[in-house]
Design a protein around this ligand. Structure first.
Ligand code: BGC
Length: 363
């Protein structure tokens, strides 16, 4: 009964904030008398398919399996909503707050409020610069970028274009991960621009990782530079936007495009021959690692898993962290993502790519 009362109290405070009750979109479980509730704020549902599918599902599962009550909400890309959700969670008495920030400024404001209220904090996937979160769980994001740079270099080498012009569509300028991805891919591409293997083309940030803006930006790039022969797109959403414009110009398949997140769309683009590669990040591992930390903190135990540290470049502080390993995916190993249970064959292998699926050994 204790659990029911607790869940209702939490839902009540959220209804006051005009938001969904925690029972509707959060996991729930028997909290036990000394286990606190966990609040999780995911960023949006558009910048990548992962947030509304993989992260939500795996986090819910992890908290439910541990019998810890979790209120998981999505800010829908709205910074005001992000803050309202956080305030609701803080006043509902969460013991742990886990966030994927929409930018470091609003993320920090929320983390500061939580800290003042004595709540433990976790940066999930994106580091909040100067945010002072207690823990950070993510992937090695520079490595993600290196895989993208190397993937594009390999695809371009296979095409044998002389000095191909490479365009870069970077992620959101307010996402520290986008900075790290760019650091990674430019560490591969810059030497190739310098030695003349590739020609440096247009390079632009895409606000909020927004696919529609990416399409507009890339269309402009292509109009001004018809010789673009490769696109370093920082995730599958941006990659798909570029592919849409390439299709319009009958150039898809001739211009390798990168991605990230191993989304169904990205993998289908790979199978169709329109996308060169994506980066698979095993979100289940990330969600499990973050949930494990949160559960320990909710039980007022000292977590033992965050054994490495990441330096917050703004504050200079070392943040105890868990950093996981990303994996490069090309046409040759799309199957690995399916085998890992991240994407279902039935969802991936729609008629347009059914033949490619069979060839890739996916059934
Ligand atoms: C995440 C990526 C995601 C992007 C857009 C980044 O912070 O690490 O996985 O594609 O945000 O949501």
């Amino acid at each position: 009964m204790r659990k029911g009362l607790f869940a209702c109290a939490a839902a009540g405070s959220l209804i006051l904030g005009g938001l969904t009750a925690c029972g509707d979109d959060g996991g729930s479980g028997s909290g036990g008398s000394d286990t606190g509730k966990v609040g999780v704020i995911l960023p949006d549902t558009k910048s990548s398919a992962r947030w509304a599918t993989a992260d939500l599902t795996y986090l819910k599962q992890a908290f439910a399996a541990a019998g810890v009550t979790a209120d998981i909400q999505n800010a829908q890309g709205d910074k005001t909503q992000f803050q309202t959700i956080a305030e609701g969670m803080i006043s509902s008495g969460v013991k742990v707050l886990m966030i994927v920030n929409l930018d470091s400024g609003t993320g920090k404001a929320v983390l500061d409020k939580a800290r003042t209220a004595g709540i433990a904090t976790i940066d999930y996937d994106r580091l909040t610069l100067d945010g002072g979160a207690d823990y950070y769980v993510s992937f090695d994001n520079v490595k993600v970028g290196e895989l993208q740079g190397q993937g594009l270099a390999d695809c371009l080498a296979a095409k044998k274009y002389p000095k191909p012009v490479v365009a870069e569509l970077n992620g959101s300028p307010t996402d520290n991960n986008a900075t790290l991805f760019a650091q990674g891919y430019n560490s591969v591409l810059d030497p190739k621009y310098a030695d003349g293997t590739f020609t440096k083309g247009p390079n632009q940030d895409v606000p909020d990782w927004d696919g529609a803006q990416a399409a507009t930006i890339f269309e402009q790039m292509l109009t001004e530079n018809r010789t673009i022969k490769g696109v370093l797109a920082a995730n599958d959403t941006l990659g798909n936007a570029a592919i849409g414009i390439l299709k319009k110009n009958k150039l898809n398949g001739q211009v390798p495009v990168t991605g990230q997140d191993a989304t169904v769309q990205g993998l289908q683009n790979i199978l169709a021959g329109d996308q060169c590669m994506t980066v698979y990040k095993a979100v289940k591992k990330e969600a499990d690692a973050a949930a494990e930390l949160a559960i320990a903190l909710a039980k007022e135990q000292k977590p033992s898993t965050a054994t490495s540290t990441v330096k917050d470049p703004t504050s200079g502080k070392d943040v105890p962290s868990v950093l996981l390993d990303p994996q490069s995916i090309t046409k040759d190993n799309v199957k690995a993502v399916v085998d890992d249970g991240y994407v279902k064959a039935a969802e991936l292998c729609v008629p347009q790519v059914a033949k490619a699926c069979t060839e890739a050994g996916i059934s």
